[in-house]
Design a protein around this ligand. Structure first.
Ligand SMILES: Cc1cc2nc3c(=O)[nH]c(=O)nc-3n(C[C@H](O)[C@H](O)[C@H](O)COP(=O)(O)O)c2cc1C
Length: 193
């Protein structure tokens, strides 16, 4: 099956994670389609000061949450995996309980039932027991909880270096090979050994 990544963007803080992920996928010429929630649109515009149209520089398609007839709503569609970045606690909960109230939630539900990879880049702090239990349910159902928790061992000097390394770590998890990813092995061999 051809690789095509479905990218979900919700109203959690951290629109920059989603933006950077799309930018890096484009560099590797990995096809992507995006679903954005209403809250996702609001936070995207507020945090990035960018229009939604920017997404179409990196993705083949952009769906709004109410486009329930769109291809991601069905298991017969052709997405290889789905990454929700950033993923709000509200969407996490909807996935845990299978409520599928909008296109993004339904697409995530589809990934689980079709036994395809679903990665949730969740962002919230602190976490309540409700959040933790919902993570447990999603994890048991097969989703990967990939918290928006950047590492510091590459000694980032700018916000861009911090976020890009996190996104490249995610891509490394997805078995993609972005240029300039600082694996610990690399750092160890160049700077420590
Ligand atoms: C500026 C801003 C930042 C937010 N940050 C978070 C966050 O980090 N995590 C979270 O779960 N919700 C966050 N929210 C709340 C969500 O946007 C809200 O719960 C929304 O209903 C989520 O809907 P969605 O999952 O359909 O996008 C934030 C809201 C705003 C306005």
């Amino acid at each position: 099956m051809e690789r095509k990544i479905l990218v979900g963007i919700t109203g959690a803080s951290g629109a920059l994670y989603g933006y950077t992920f799309l930018k890096e996928l484009k560099k590797l010429q990995i096809p992507a389609e995006v679903i954005i929630t209403k809250a996702g649109e609001t936070v995207w515009k507020y945090e990035l000061d960018k229009s939604l149209d920017e997404i179409l520089n990196f993705a083949e398609k952009l769906y709004k949450e109410d486009e329930i007839l769109a291809p991601p709503a069905s298991g017969s569609s052709f997405y290889s995996e789905m990454v929700i970045i950033p993923c709000s606690m509200g969407t996490l909960s909807a996935i845990a309980y299978g409520t599928a109230k909008n296109l993004l939630q339904r697409a995530a539900d589809v990934m689980l039932k079709e036994k395809k990879l679903l990665v949730l880049v969740i962002r919230e702090t602190p976490l309540s027991l409700v959040h933790i239990k919902n993570m447990e349910i999603c994890s048991q159902a097969g989703a990967i909880i990939f918290p928006a928790m950047p590492g510091f061992y590459h000694k980032p000097k700018t916000l861009d270096e911090l976020i890009t390394q996190f996104v490249k770590r995610l891509m490394n998890f997805l078995k993609l090979t972005p240029e300039g990813f600082h694996s610990w092995q690399n750092i160890y061999e160049k700077k420590i050994k």
